[in-house]
Every structure is written in C-alpha cells, then in structure tokens.
Design a protein around this ligand. Structure first.
Ligand code: SAH
Length: 238
C-alpha cells in the first residue's frame, strides 16, 4: 500500500512545486495592485481600462535587472542611454488623457523600455511605437516578442515625422519637444488626440493635450507641469 502511494505523493509534490514556482515567478501581482491603488487611483485616475492595464503589465520586466526591486516604486527609473521609464502615475495620466477606445489606432513616440506601449496594448489592439535610439528600439522589440505583445508594431527612427503612410486616433509623445511636430498633427484623424510634453530641458515643460475636432480644427490645453527627457532628432534643428 505504502509503495503504491509513494509515487503518487512524489507526483503531487512535483506538480505542486511547479505550480508554486510559477506563482513565484509572478509574485509581483500584489505590488501591481498596491501601485495602482496608492499611486494612481488615490490620485484621481479613474478610467477602469487604464487601471486594469496598469495592473496587468509587469513593470519589473521593463526595467534593467539592477532596478527590478524598485520597479513598483513611485518614481521614474533609468533604462540606459541617459533615458528613463516614466513614473507609473505619469504613464497612467497620459494614457487616461489619450482617452483610448478599443480598436483605435495609437502611435507612441519614444518607445524607451516599451512599458507605455505594453500598457496601451491592453486597451487597444493597434499600437505603433517609434524609438530613435537603435539599441533601445531593438531591446524593446525583443521584449514585446518574448512576452507576447504581438499587437505592437515598432521601429527605430525619428518620431518627429510620425509613421509615414499611417494615420492615428491618438498620439502619445514621451519625450519633451520645443514644439508639436507638424507631421504628427497631419497624421492625426479628425476627433484624434495628441498628448505631449512641450518645453526644453531648461524651461518648465507642460504636458499638453492637443485635440483635432471633427472639422480638423486643432486646439491645445495645458495639463500639468512635468519633467521629461528631451526629444532629439529633427526637432533639435527646427
Ligand atoms: N515611453 C518610454 C519612456 C520613454 S523615455 C517607456 O515606457 O519606457 C523617452 C524616449 O524617447 C527615449 O527612449 C528617447 O530615446 C526617445 N526619443 C527622444 N527623441 C525621439 C525621437 N525624435 N523619436 C523617437 N524617439 C525619441
């Protein structure tokens, strides 16, 4: 009897340790729930799509190894090449302001780690993202592949020109530009929104919401002062 039960016990132990390890591999769910409650919801972000997307994406997988323990902290973190992944609250605020509906086509300028694009990909299945630093573009692309973010189209290039040949319902720029690049306004569909930090590194930057109405008229609304890394490339010469 004991001999027959023994293999069964071993089998149960193996299966349960496997299940336990899987749980251990994603032990960040508690941290994500807490981050969303204390840093985002309690500060007034109420869009349920944004809150659940922020609960889904593992920010720890988008930061360098040495910063993993700080992945859910209330702050931006370095991602190499002098760039940063934004504070979770800023990601949530920009995503809420972009007012994305499922199925809408969204362009992000400044892929960085790929975190913001991953958050967007939980709200709509059409996400495009452009990064000017080749190494960052390639590593974000590898991350999208590894973690199954198959609905994100990415490329290495200067986002000043947008994604030629496409048009978008929303454009989110995650680096601060001195002005809103005209090609982005051109690529915006009627009814579309752009969220962009405007200002140089020496000035106060403002997060601006640009809206193109159904007739194509463009208006802009300053939201809050922010601090972003600078937009580089063609914008620097204009
Ligand atoms: N959204 C990112 C954080 C971006 S930091 C994330 O979730 O991790 C800003 C990024 O914008 C940097 O990676 C920087 O290289 C990129 N960037 C700056 N100017 C750019 C340009 N002209 N076109 C595309 N990317 C640009």
């Amino acid at each position: 009897m004991v001999r027959r039960i023994f293999p069964v016990i071993i089998f149960i132990l193996i299966v349960s340790s496997f299940v336990f390890c899987q749980g251990g591999a994603d032990s960040t769910i508690g941290q994500r729930i807490k981050m969303v409650k204390t840093q985002i919801e309690d500060r007034g972000i109420l869009d349920t799509d944004v809150l659940s997307a922020m609960r889904e994406v593992r920010r720890d997988l988008f930061v360098p190894e040495e910063y993993r323990s700080l992945a859910y902290a209330d702050r931006p973190l370095p991602i190499g090449f002098g760039q940063t992944i934004s504070q979770p609250y800023i990601v949530a605020l920009m995503t809420e302001l972009l007012d994305v509906e499922p199925g809408e086509k969204i362009l992000e300028i400044g892929t960085g780690s790929g975190y913001q694009a991953a958050v967007l990909s939980y709200i709509t299945d059409q996400v495009f993202t452009i990064e000017i630093i080749k190494e960052l573009a390639l590593s974000a692309g590898a991350r999208f592949k590894e973690y199954g973010y198959d609905n994100i189209k990415w490329k290495n290039g200067d986002g000043y020109y947008g994604w030629e040949g496409e048009s978008f319902d929303g454009i989110i720029v995650t680096a601060a530009a001195g002005h809103v690049p005209p090609p982005l306004i051109e690529q915006l569909n009627p009814g579309g929104r752009i969220i962009i930090p405007v200002g140089s590194i020496f000035q106060v930057q403002y997060l601006m919401l640009i809206i193109k109405d159904a007739e194509g008229a463009v208006s802009s609304i300053p939201v809050i002062p922010v601090r972003f890394v600078p937009f580089t490339g063609a914008a620097m010469e204009k």
